[in-house]
Design a protein around this ligand. Sequence first.
Ligand code: NAP
Length: 546
Amino acid sequence: MSEVMEKRPETKNDAGALDAIVVGGGLGGLYALHRLRKLGLKARAFEAGSDVGGTWFWNRYPGARCDVESLEYSYSFDNDLQQEWHWPERYGNQPEILTYINHVADRFDLRKDVQLNTRVTSAEFDLGTNKWTVKTDKGDVVTAPFCIMATGNLSTPRVPDFKGIETFKGKWYHTGLWPHEGVDFTGLRVGVIGTGSSGVQMIPIIAKQAKHLHVFQRTANFSLPARNAPMDPVIETRHKSEYLDRRAAAYETPFGIAGFPPPTKAAMDVTAEERQAQYEAKWAEGGSISFLYSYTDLLVNKEANDTASEFVRNKIRSIVKDQAVAELLAPKDHPIGTKRLCLDTNYYETYNRDNVTLVNARATPIVELTETGLKTTEAEYAFDAIVFATGFDAMTGALKEIDIRVGNGPTLAEKWDGGPTTYLGLMVAGFPNMFTITGPGSPSVKTQMIVAIEQHMDWIGDCLTAMRARGMHRIEPSLEAERNWVQHVNDVADSTLYPLANSWYVGANIPGKPRVFMPYVGGFAGYKKRCDAVAANDYEGFVMSR
Ligand code: NAP
C-alpha cells in the first residue's frame, strides 16, 4: 500500500520514517508501540512523565491500589509474561503495578521508542499529504500518517479553583501528582478534600500518621471492602493454568473480567431474607463486580438497586459508632454503582478514630484557602498540609488540552465543546487517521482497562493492515456513523440508572463541563462484537480513501 506503511529498517528517532506517532507512555501507549512493531510499522511515543507508566507513574498517593484483581489487571498479549509474573497480593498496589509496567517496557524493548519528559502540544493533519504533524513542548516536530492518542481517561488532575490557594503557607498535594519521594504526615494537621476512590484509599493511611485529619466530604460515596490479602498460591496456580481460557472468556463479559458467574435472578424476585444473605456473602467476598453481580437488575431497576444501596448504608451505620457521622457517610443521592464504586481497607472504621473529623462540605462548602488552612462557610481550619483528592477532567481533558486540528477546521476541543463525539470511541469524524485508545464512547472506564486497551489496539492494528492491503491512505468515520453511535451511547445510558448520578462519567465534577454521558455502558462483550462486525462488514461507517 502507501509508501508510508512499508516495512522500514530501524533508525532510532528517525522522525521522517515514522508510520505512527503515539501520544502517551502508559499501558495504552506501550501496547500500541508493541502492536505496531509486530505489524512492521515504526512508531514513536511521547510521554510527559519522566518514565513510563501513565496513571501508575503519577498516582503515588498513600494506599494507591488497583480495584481490579492483580491476576486480571495485566496484559494478556504474551502468555509467557502472564505465566512468569508473580503478583504478591490479591490487588496490585501502585509500586507493584509500576514495576510490572517497567518490566514490560524492558522485556519487549519498548523504551527505545518512547521519548520521556515530553508533552505533546499540538497535532495538525494535512489533507494534502495525509500526514499528522505533531509538536511538543521540547521543540520536536514530527510527522507520520497516523496518530494514536493513548492519553488516558483520568490523566488530567484538577484542583478546584479555590480563592487564596497561593497564600497557603503549608504544603498542598493532588493525588494524581504525588511527589516521588513520598510525604510523611506524621504529627501533622491534615485536611483531605474529596472522598472518591483516591480519597477513600488514602484516608485510612493518612489518619494513622496525622496528628489530626479533617475530611471534607461533598458527596458521600459507596465503598465496599476490598478484602485485599497476600496472593493465595492455590488460586494463583489455578488461575495461571486457566489463563488463556479466562482471557478469552473475559471478552464475553460486560466488564472484561472473567470468573464471576453472571447473575440469573432479579432482586425483587427473591425474598428479603435471600437478598440479605446474598449481599452478606458478596460483602464478605470483597470486590465491586461480584457485588453488582448479585442480581441481574441492580443497575437498571431503582427498586432493586434500593435494596443493595440500603444494605451498604446499613453496613456503614453498623461500622461507624457516631450515628450522625454514619448518616453523613451513607450515600443517599445516587443509586449504588452509578458512580464508580470505591473499594477500601478500613475506610468507614477510620471515622471511629479520635483524630479524624468528617466535615460536611455540601452543607458548609469550602470558600477559600488561607495562609493557615481553609475556610468553609461556617468555620476556619488550621492545617500543615492539604490534600486534594478532587479527581480529574476525565475522558476528554487530556485530548482537549492538545491543539488538535485538521486544515482550517475546528480544533478537537471546539468540536467537543458540547461534549465528546466519536464513532465507537475509536475515531472522530473530521479527524482522519487519528485513533483514540479507550476514547469517550467506548466501554473504557467501565471495563478492566487493560483488556479494553488491547482490544482497541488490536482493532486499530487490523484496520491498518486492511488499509495496507487495499492501498488506502486515509480513514475517518462518516458524520452519520458518529451521530448514530453517540445516540446509541446515550440511549443505552438512558436505559440504566447511571444518569441519575452526578459523576465524572457525565462531567459533573468539572464546573461548566457539558453534561454528556461519556463511557459506553452497553457492556464490553457486545461492544467488541460490534467493533468486529464493523471491520468484517468492510469497515462499515468508516470512509477510506487514497
Ligand atoms: P473522583 O472520584 O472524581 O472524586 C473526587 C472527589 O473530590 C469527590 O468526592 C468530589 O466531590 C470531591 N470534590 C471535587 N471538588 C470539590 C470541591 N470543590 N469541594 C469539595 N469536594 C470536592 O476522583 P478520584 O477519587 O481521584 O477517582 C477518580 C477515578 O479514578 C475513580 O472513580 C476511579 O475510576 C479511578 N481510581 C481508581 C482507583 C482504583 O483502582 N482503586 C483508585 C483511585 C482512582 P463530588 O463527588 O461532590 O464531586
